[in-house]
Every structure is written in structure tokens, then in C-alpha cells.
Design a protein around this ligand. Structure first.
Ligand code: ADP
Length: 445
């Protein structure tokens, strides 16, 4: 019995590394706030880049016509045709996978591949001879100098194509299309997915002035006041790139050795530390690192380290969603683990479930603390005691995980008591939102 108790207490110690106290979350909020402010003052020296989007307006419902939306952001490339009529919009789309060798090949190959997909889509829609206005949703940090120009700052989320960083991605796409010589596009806007998400929700709800993604990566945009800078009463949407919080070491007091291991195994070491604790591409890996450590210390799976457990990427974030589901009985958890090649007792299943719970809860709390910093900043910007605001949200982690959205909401409620924040799952942010931005951009030309 004494041995069992000792084992339990060792496991508890490990899990407690992920349990953040309210004071710690307050610190994260404060650090996010300093990061946002520092990024607005000077982009170059801040871990949070605060990139201008050149999107000033939210849609006003007068958008009409046919638009193409091209979406590269995570695992897939999507081509969409969006058609706005009086009160409605219709959408047609096709999904194209991006092979790993293209994600990590040359920039030219990557953009040629995208142009090939666009050509296929236009062909499929019977629109190959039409010159459509297009919005290009490109969800990596870009330093924009206009609505339709942006230099890639750095790849994230597993992309690593050469000769792209430091280049204008709209030109790269235009050139790839020109090289083919069989299609024509009028690319009117470069769009971050957070901004598209905000726009698609703003179409339904005027209060929506924030866009957030919790999918492969994590990011957020919000409407910032320009008056301090340009003496005009206007707002521009800022793409924060908040996933970079902690890249200067400011989160080292909460980063665990498991997070460090995940960072070391990634292709962008030392970068996007906040993202690596909060998003779909990494949460499964964090869990796997904990399971590996517990097993090596004899606290799980009878100390038997299987080949499966040693395989990177085997424990995808969707398994966290399955395992944490309240409807699932323990035997079902055990059977999921068995299908993954992780054979253990029911007691092992309980431990695995606990690990998943603490890792995903921490992710949602960290995003909540960050969101609290953003809404309080907007509230202070406007000199308000109370702010009523809506957030458009997208991403599989937000939409499919059984607890993430609830914990996020609850954390924001506690940490930003002067703000009333409504979360709205976005429908087709990167499609409809991108088309709306393209429509607004074209109207202004
Ligand atoms: P993207 O962010 O690439 O546009 P998604 O929002 O679909 O696309 O996010 C994909 C990420 O979501 C992947 O990292 C994947 O691991 C994760 N994911 C997929 N299904 C689930 C799920 N059921 N629960 C939690 N995460 C999931």
C-alpha cells in the first residue's frame, strides 16, 4: 500500500506541473498585455509581432458578386467560390492536400502547386476563362504594407519551403499563375485566417471585433484604434501573432520539461512557445512526452516503453478529444489506447485521461488569459468601464474538443470581469470572410 501511495504521489507531482494557479494566469495575462503593447511600439524587437492587416472596415451587408477565396494555413489548401446575393451567400469549395515534400521543398514548387490547385478548381467550376477577384488567406505571419502585399516573416506550423521568408507572397502566387499561362486571377487581398474569421462573424454581429483561431496553431486579431498614431477616428485590424509569446523566455516559469522536449523536436526551435502549449499541432505531443516520462519512471504501463510510445506524432490531438469525452466509459478509453498500440490496464487508462485533461485545460486557460489581456486592452483603449464584445472563433481544437471552449470562456470571465465576451463559432471564416475582405478591398480601389 505504501508503494502504491508513493507512485500516486509521484504521478500527482507530474500532473501538478500543468495546473496553473490563478496568480500564474494573472502573470500570463500581464505578459500578454506587455507583449501586445511592445509589439505596437516596435515590431522588430517584440515576440508578439502585431502586424497591420490593412482591414479597416467591417462588412456592411452591401457586398455582392462572385469571389474566389484561396486558403493556405494548416494541413490543407482550399479553393472556394463565394457568391453574395442580397441576404445570402453561397459557397462551393474543394480541398487539396499539401504533400510534406512540398511543404518543406522550395517556395517556387509550393506556389506552383497552389496555382495548379487553383487551375483545377476553376476548371471544375467551369470558370477557367473568367478573371475573378480573389482573396488569398495565408495564415502565416506577414508584414503587410498594403491590403494586397505582404512579406512572409517566418514559416510556422510545420511549413519550411525555402526562398519564401522575406518575399512578398502575393507576388509569388501571381508569378506562379503567370508561369502557367492558362488562368488569370485578380488577387485583391492578402488575409490572415484570424481576420477572415472576425470578418465572417462581423457580417452577422456588429459587435464582433476579435478573431481567434485554435486549430493547428493559435492566433488572434482585434480592431485597434488608429487615432493615437494617425489622428483619425478609425480602427485597423491587427494580427497579433500571439503564438510568439514566451519566445523571449517570459513564460519559462510555467514551461515544463515536456514542453521543452516538444520544442526541441520541432522544426522551429525556440519559436512559438505559447502556440506549442496551446494548439492542435502540439498538444498530443505534449501528452506523449508526459506518458513517455511516466512510463520510463515506472509509473505507467508497468514501465514498459513501447515502440509506439516512442513514435513522434502517434498521439494526435483528436485523441485528447476522444479520451476526455464525458460520455466515454473507461473501457472505451482503454480500447482507444489499444488501437493506438498502447496496451495497459484500466488504471493506466485513468492516468492517461488525467494527463490529457491537464494538458488541454492548461491550453484553454492560457488562451483565456491571453484573451483577457486583449479585451481589457480594447476596453481601456475606448475609455470604458464595461465592454460588450464578440469574438469569432475557428479551429478544430475550439470546435471539437469537449472542454476547451468552456474552459476558455470561464477563464476569460474570471480574468476580465469588466468585459462581457460572447464567443461565436465562425462558419467558413477563411472562405466567406476572405471573400468579404476582397469585396471591401475592391470597393475601395
Ligand atoms: P487549420 O488550423 O489547419 O486550419 P483545423 O482547425 O482543422 O485546421 O486544425 C487542425 C488541427 O486540429 C490539427 O492539429 C489536429 O491535430 C487538430 N484536431 C483535429 N481533430 C481534432 C479534434 N477532434 N479535437 C481536437 N483537435 C483536433
Amino acid at each position: 500500500a505504501a508503494v502504491a501511495q508513493r507512485l500516486t504521489s509521484l504521478r500527482r507531482q507530474t500532473l501538478s506541473l500543468f495546473r496553473l494557479k490563478e496568480e500564474q494566469l494573472q502573470l500570463v495575462k500581464a505578459r500578454m498585455r506587455s507583449g501586445l503593447d511592445a509589439g505596437l511600439r516596435s515590431k522588430s524587437s517584440s515576440t508578439i509581432k502585431m502586424l497591420p492587416s490593412f482591414v479597416y472596415l467591417t462588412p456592411d451587408g452591401t457586398e455582392r458578386g462572385k469571389y474566389l477565396a484561396l486558403d493556405l494555413g494548416g494541413t490543407n489548401f482550399r479553393a472556394l467560390l463565394v457568391r453574395f446575393k442580397k441576404q445570402t451567400s453561397r459557397l462551393y469549395h474543394k480541398i487539396y492536400t499539401i504533400p510534406l515534400e512540398i511543404m518543406q521543398g522550395t517556395g517556387e514548387e509550393l506556389f506552383d502547386h497552389l496555382a495548379q490547385c487553383v487551375c483545377d478548381f476553376l476548371d471544375y467550376m467551369g470558370l477557367k476563362n473568367t478573371r475573378l477577384p480573389a482573396g488569398f488567406t495565408f495564415s502565416f505571419p506577414c508584414e503587410q504594407s498594403a491590403i494586397d502585399t505582404g512579406t512572409l516573416v517566418a514559416w510556422t506550423k510545420g511549413f519550411k519551403a525555402t526562398d519564401s521568408e522575406g518575399h512578398d507572397v502575393v507576388s509569388m502566387l501571381r508569378e506562379a499563375i503567370k508561369r502557367r499561362n492558362d488562368i488569370d486571377l485578380d488577387i485583391v487581398a492578402l488575409i490572415n485566417d484570424t481576420v477572415g474569421t472576425m470578418m465572417s462573424c462581423a457580417h452577422e454581429d456588429q459587435r464582433c471585433e476579435i478573431g481567434m483561431i485554435a486549430g493547428t496553431g493559435t492566433n488572434l486579431c482585434y480592431m485597434e484604434e488608429l487615432k493615437n498614431i494617425e489622428k483619425i477616428e478609425q480602427r485597423m485590424c491587427i494580427n497579433t501573432e500571439w503564438g510568439g509569446l514566451g519566445d523571449d523566455g517570459c513564460l519559462d516559469d510555467i514551461i515544463t520539461l515536456y514542453d521543452t522536449e516538444v520544442d526541441q523536436n520541432s522544426i522551429n526551435q525556440g519559436k512559438q512557445r505559447f502556440e506549442k502549449m496551446t494548439s492542435g499541432m502540439y498538444l498530443g505531443e505534449v501528452v506523449r512526452q508526459v506518458l513517455l516520462d511516466l512510463t520510463r519512471r515506472g509509473l505507467l504501463f508497468k514501465g514498459h516503453v513501447s515502440e509506439t510510445l516512442k513514435t513522434p506524432g502517434i498521439f494526435e490531438t483528436k485523441y485528447l478529444s476522444q479520451i476526455e469525452s464525458d460520455r466515454l466509459a473507461l473501457l472505451q478509453v482503454r480500447s482507444i489506447l489499444q488501437q493506438l498500440g498502447l496496451h495497459g490496464t484500466c488504471h493506466d487508462s485513468i492516468i492517461v485521461k488525467h494527463v490529457c485533461l491537464v494538458v488541454s485545460r492548461r491550453a484553454a486557460q492560457l488562451c483565456g488569459a491571453g484573451m483577457a489581456a486583449v479585451v481589457d486592452k480594447i476596453r481601456e483603449n475606448r475609455g470604458l468601464d464595461h465592454l460588450d464584445i464578440a469574438v469569432g472563433v475557428d479551429g478544430s481544437l475550439y470546435k471539437l474538443h469537449p472542454h476547451f471552449s468552456q474552459v476558455l470562456k470561464e477563464t476569460v470571465r474570471v480574468m476580465a470581469p469588466q468585459c462581457d465576451v460572447t464567443f461565436q463559432p465562425s462558419e467558413e471564416g477563411s472562405g466567406k470572410g476572405a471573400a468579404l475582405i476582397a469585396a471591401v478591398a475592391r470597393r475601395k480601389r
